[in-house]
Design a binder for this molecule. Structure first.
Ligand SMILES: NC(=O)c1ccc[n+]([C@@H]2O[C@H](COP(=O)([O-])OP(=O)(O)OC[C@H]3O[C@@H](n4cnc5c(N)ncnc54)[C@H](OP(=O)(O)O)[C@@H]3O)[C@@H](O)[C@H]2O)c1
Length: 258
């Protein structure tokens, strides 16, 4: 009995904003099933006041859903994870930091200015914040391998594949597009020194291919995401377990992987 109580007390208490979303649901389940973590809070406006288990149909998720992060954090919490929307993530994060709660940010949409403010507040309150635009460990590995290849190969281009419903399209190049003979648009666009071609067709989820070219040889490094959120869940759990080791903001999953 004593051991059981001790192990429960040692668990990291996690609250999830966006608990009913595409990433939030499987993340809630993963947290509730992890031996070292305890799901103590869940936030969703449209399911406020309901039991998470009734909303998800999963009996493990025995948590009352709050309508806001402030309400959820009335329950003692160590780490808040945010997988909501661009218009609310900053407020959620600052609400948690003000209460001395560490934060893992999955939501996209924060600007460099927002991150600067978050870092400042986190340092002041001595809490850790980890944010990553992509929490898939395999996608981070692609970046790492591509950076390694770029040390030896000076020519590369990137193809970014996604479904035809995705509206944003990044772009970039190592060769000046203005030197193209013919239609310059066919060379894609330049983003931070890389040429990027965005393909938007049905059946793609999200894929990235970095192609390096040298004399008489090519190297392709490619990552394909499936249609489920599991890859983001695993990376987020890694951040949840590590965030208490930091003070201030850490950007990028790669920074905490080793
Ligand atoms: N970093 C990564 O690796 C990664 C991976 C996938 C997605 N994302 C990002 O994570 C975010 C969530 O993605 P998703 O696909 O899971 O979204 P989703 O399925 O639309 O879920 C959004 C969740 O947030 C809640 N929510 C929405 N607006 C809210 C608000 N104003 N206040 C409080 N809660 C709100 C929703 O519940 P209610 O509407 O009931 O409030 C829902 O639970 C997006 O920004 C997405 O771009 C990041």
């Amino acid at each position: 009995m004593h051991d059981l109580l001790a192990s429960w007390l040692m668990k990291l208490r996690v609250s999830i904003a966006g608990a009913t979303g595409w990433v939030g649901r499987p993340l809630c389940l993963a947290v509730s099933q992890a031996e070292d973590l305890s799901l103590v809070g869940a936030v969703s406006r449209s399911h406020h006041g309901h039991d998470l288990r009734d909303v998800t149909g999963d009996s493990h998720l025995d948590v009352k859903i709050s309508g806001s992060v402030a309400e959820a954090l009335e329950t003692p919490t160590d780490v808040l994870v945010d997988y909501t929307k661009a218009d609310v993530v900053k407020t959620n994060v600052l609400t948690a930091i003000d209460r001395g709660v560490h934060v893992v940010i999955g939501s996209s949409g924060l600007t460099d200015n927002d991150f600067e403010g978050i870092n400042h507040t986190a340092l002041k309150n001595k809490v850790g914040v980890i944010a990553a635009g992509n929490f898939a460990i395999t996608a981070v590995l692609l970046q790492r391998f591509a950076c390694e290849a770029a040390k030896y190969l000076s020519h590369w281009e990137i193809i970014d594949y996604a479904s035809d419903t995705k509206q944003d399209a990044p772009s970039g190049t190592t060769h000046p597009v203005e030197k193209t003979i013919g239609e310059k648009e066919s060379r894609g666009a330049t983003l931070r020194g890389s040429q990027i071609h965005s393909i938007r067709l049905p059946s793609y989820v999200i894929s990235v291919e970095a192609i390096f070219g040298a004399n008489e040889e090519r190297l392709s490094i490619r990552h394909d995401a499936g249609s489920g959120a599991e890859p983001y869940v695993q990376g987020t759990l890694l951040a949840v377990r590590k965030v208490r080791n930091y003070v201030g903001l850490i950007r990028g999953l790669d920074k905490i992987m080793d």
